[in-house]
Design a protein around this ligand. Structure first.
Ligand code: ASP
Ligand code: MG
Length: 403
């Protein structure tokens, strides 16, 4: 007998038929004598629809506290419907909102972090042999106000429960049956991985592979929760296991990902003196902007340019932050480009394999794709290219490494 945490995403519970499908998957495990705790997201596009409703009332943006109050309603619907389906099939079940399940968070509405999960209530229900259905993506802060964890936060809810209750298994169900070497809907020949390490998964999650939310992977790594990504449409198919893998015999490129949510910003005509980069990136750090790839041109005539990438959604704030330094730094101008995409290859052990970067660049060269910026780390190589070549770049790089 094991304690199993299962998480189902919004698409897996989008309508009545799918809710019953999920109910049956849960019951299968329960019938084998396992304790089952389930985390669900809001049905289908519910969260987006709720955001739209808020916009109709206040196009300037409602307060984050009220947004959380609204958005948390999506999961209240899905947990109760799923519990009703399980009830109808004749099994004992209890649905719980985030606060009832003991999710205590900080007070950063809309991006709250989980402080702890007091799982007494869940344990109590389990001891009565109930299946427990918990609302993902939400918790409560010290003022007894509802908070949400950020978009896609239900994965993190599931990992938090698995960590706090020391579950034997944490299964994340989605509409693909595992983690692939590239988006299987776009890249033919994309292959499913049996196993992947937390670090590799983190890179793929942040780089836009979009199977698991990155905060959930960070938390799984921290608390050593083994994850399994599986499909709710093909529940008998083995998924991909995400865990700590220490034995690394050779570099294997695990996957190719693209991230469209990037923009590049150039600060042109800076003085070539000490402290310039510090002042720019310090300003950006104060504005809480994540800077990714950075490139500084070689100084000439006493001036230099610095180009860097930021999430596309932050580009306005970033440009404003840099512009506010114009008088003190006396640079010529700031320009930005949103029509860029980051394409990356991920695999542990890059640093000991000099040939990998050149192989990637060769693939892009053969396809006639120009590289604007490059960055490398122990486990990934990223290039910035024109957005219009994104899919072509993923395909040609994938073909080069994975067959
Ligand atoms: N329903 C929330 C969202 O759409 C949380 C989740 O899906 O994990 O972001
Ligand atoms: Mg872009």
């Amino acid at each position: 007998m094991s304690l199993i945490v299962k998480k189902f995403g919004g698409s897996s519970v989008a309508n009545a038929e799918k809710v019953f499908n999920v109910a049956n998957i849960i019951i299968e495990d329960y019938k084998k004598g396992n304790d089952v705790v389930v985390v669900v997201s809001a049905q289908g596009d519910t969260t987006d629809d709720l955001i739209e409703k808020a916009r109709e009332i206040n196009p300037d943006g409602a307060s984050k506290r009220e947004m959380d109050m609204l958005l948390s309603a999506g999961e209240q619907i899905s947990i109760s419907l799923l519990a009703m389906a399980i009830e109808k099939l004749g099994y004992p079940v209890t649905s719980l909102l985030g606060w009832q399940a003991g999710f205590l968070t900080d007070s950063h509405y809309s991006i709250a972090r989980i402080k702890r999960v007091d799982s007494e209530r869940i344990k109590n229900e389990i001891s009565k042999k109930h299946i427990v259905i918990v609302a993902g993506f939400q918790g409560i802060n010290k003022y007894d106000d509802i908070t949400t964890l950020g978009r896609g936060g239900s994965d993190t809810s599931a990992v938090a429960i698995a960590a706090s209750m020391k579950a034997d298994l944490c299964q994340i169900y989605t509409d693909v049956d595992g983690v692939y070497s590239a988006d299987p809907r776009k890249v033919k020949g994309a292959i499913k991985m049996d196993e992947i390490s937390y670090d590799e998964m983190l890179e793929l999650a942040t780089l836009g592979a979009q199977v698991l939310n990155n905060r959930s992977v960070e938390m799984a790594k921290k608390y050593n929760v083994e994850l399994e990504v599986r499909s709710s449409l093909e529940p008998t198919v083995r998924g991909t296991i995400v865990k700590e893998i220490t034995k690394m015999e050779k570099t294997l490129i695990k996957g190719v990902a693209k991230d469209n949510n990037v923009a590049s910003i150039s600060v042109v005509g800076l003085q070539d003196t000490p402290g310039v980069a510090f002042k720019i990136f310090n300003k950006l750090a104060q504005a809480k902007i994540n800077v990714d790839i950075i490139l500084q041109s070689v100084g000439r005539d006493g001036t230099k340019d610095i180009t860097f990438t930021v999430p596309q959604s932050d580009v306005k704030t970033a440009v404003e932050a840099v512009d506010s330094l114009k008088d003190s730094l006396k640079f010529q101008k700031v320009t930005f480009d949103e029509s860029v995409t980051k394409v990356s290859i991920v695999g542990a052990g890059m640093e000991s394999n000099p040939g990998i970067a050149s192989k990637m660049f060769e693939a892009l060269f053969d396809a006639g794709i120009n590289i604007h910026m490059i960055s490398t780390s122990e486990i990934k190589i990223s290039v910035l290219i024109d957005e219009k070549y994104a899919d072509a770049a993923v395909s040609c790089v994938h073909d080069k490494f994975i067959d």
